[in-house]
Design a protein around this ligand. Structure first.
Ligand code: AMP
Ligand code: MG
Length: 401
């Protein structure tokens, strides 16, 4: 038996190569992984500019007490620059975002002045008020986004504001999926007695895509050695990562590990966790191989724990393991010491704090527990039964960066 953490470390030690980079238009780059750190080629904003619609004045013209009258000598809309000289006693009408003219260093909001014709009457104001400084958002040369960051809308906006049109990002890891088992039938097909519809190829496809992978679906392979062998070799040709579900336990028809032993390298792990104990990890040619358990909750969970970090590492992502958060247990939970248990939980804010309860029956085949839940409850190895009110760790579903 190995621990979850040991298993993750072994996998991360094996994934040493990341996918190559490619150049994509900014508009297509959402959720992709930035290949190299982005630096600002200039200050943002590029000049001092007005934060309000109003009047730009020199601080020498600000009255210490009472008011002063100034003459308005120009009108400066956003996007235009003033190239004249502002004399003592003069003010420039300025719009939000317009560059400050040389000289003035303070802006009166228009509602703070009285205007009659071309003259305004101004009260005291703090020197430098309502001016956004050059470089206050981003200083030229600084790293604005780290390599390995996932590009959210805000990262794309920031890169656009720096004038970028195309971005260098990691190519998405290629994932090939197949389900194994004579009992597994294609959804929509007629189900023979004793058969169940394939759930795992669809949960695993969704998870792979959520992680930024592109999926090749290689369908269902019956428990036949030659077919399995051919299909696995085919999968390794088109993918960086091959994932199967089913056929890794010790049942008589569990061929995955046998076939993998012939065509690649394989490690067969018993991970001290619940659900999802049996797991096969190895290589077929240059592709990484993961043989996940057949039970639908166990295969999702082992994906999240072991495959997701591998896909993230392949894509060059900075953070590959999720954070957990503390929450109050709303009910007692059974827990066996010596293994890490993952219960499906419903997390909500109640009575002044985050509270979590389980979704009900927690069997590793009960996929509806994943549907009812919005988080995993992570109970560490050393822990025993949990009493209501104790603090537990939760990992909300949907973490992607
Ligand atoms: P196995 O790991 O092959 O021993 O399968 C364990 C359990 O998971 C069995 O009850 C299988 O019927 C079920 N199972 C295997 N593959 C799938 C699949 N693709 N979708 C849903 N359930 C599956
Ligand atoms: Mg099977």
């Amino acid at each position: 038996m190995i621990s979850v953490r040991d298993g993750q470390n072994r996998i991360l030690a094996q994934v040493t190569q990341r996918t190559p980079p490619e150049l994509v238009p900014l508009a297509d780059a959402r959720d992709r992984v930035l290949w190299e750190a982005a630096r600002a080629p200039f200050d943002v904003p590029p000049t001092d500019n007005s934060a309000v619609d109003g009047y730009a004045v020199s601080s020498a013209d600000i009255p210490a007490t009472d008011t002063r009258e100034l003459s308005v000598v120009a009108d400066l809309p956003a996007g235009s620059v003033f190239d004249g000289v502002v004399q003592p006693g003069q003010a420039i009408r300025i719009m939000t975002g317009a560059p400050m003219p040389p000289g003035p260093d303070t802006v009166y909001p228009q509602e703070s002045v009285e205007r009659v014709g071309d003259r305004i009457r101004v009260p005291p104001i703090a020197r430098g008020a309502n001016v956004r400084r050059r470089g206050e958002d981003v200083a030229s040369g600084t790293i604005v986004i780290e390599a390995g960051a996932v590009l959210r809308p805000q990262e794309l906006g920031l890169l656009a504001s720096l004038g970028q049109r195309h971005l260098l990002v990691s190519q998405p890891p290629r994932v090939a999926l197949l389900s194994t088992g004579d009992e597994v039938a294609e959804p929509g097909a007629t189900r023979k007695p004793g058969q169940i519809y394939d759930a795992n190829r669809f949960t695993l496809r969704g998870l792979s895509e959520q992680c930024g992978g592109v999926v090749t679906d290689l369908g269902i392979v019956p428990d036949q050695r030659d077919l399995l062998r051919t299909r696995l070799l085919e999968a390794a040709e088109v993918a960086d990562l091959v994932i199967t579900s089913g056929g890794v336990s010790v049942g008589a028809y569990d061929l995955v590990k046998e076939v993998l032993g012939e065509i690649g390298g394989i490690d067969f792990w018993q991970v001290a966790m619940q659900p999802g104990r049996p797991l096969a990890v190895g290589r077929i040619g240059r592709a990484h191989f993961f043989g996940l358990p057949g039970n639908p909750v166990a295969s999702m969970l082992t994906f999240l724990l072991f495959v997701r970090p591998a896909i993230f590492t392949l894509a060059g992502r900075r953070r590959v393991l999720p954070e957990t958060w503390p929450a109050r247990a709303a009910e007692p939970m059974r827990k066996k010491a010596g293994r890490r248990e993952f219960k499906r939980g419903i997390l909500r804010f109640d009575r002044g704090g985050w509270e979590v309860r389980t979704t009900g029956p927690q069997g590793s085949g009960i996929l509806s527990s994943m549907v009812a839940g919005n988080c995993l409850i992570v109970l560490e190895e050393e822990r025993g039964d949990v009493a209501a009110g104790e603090t537990v760790l939760v990992e909300p579903f949907g973490w992607t960066d």
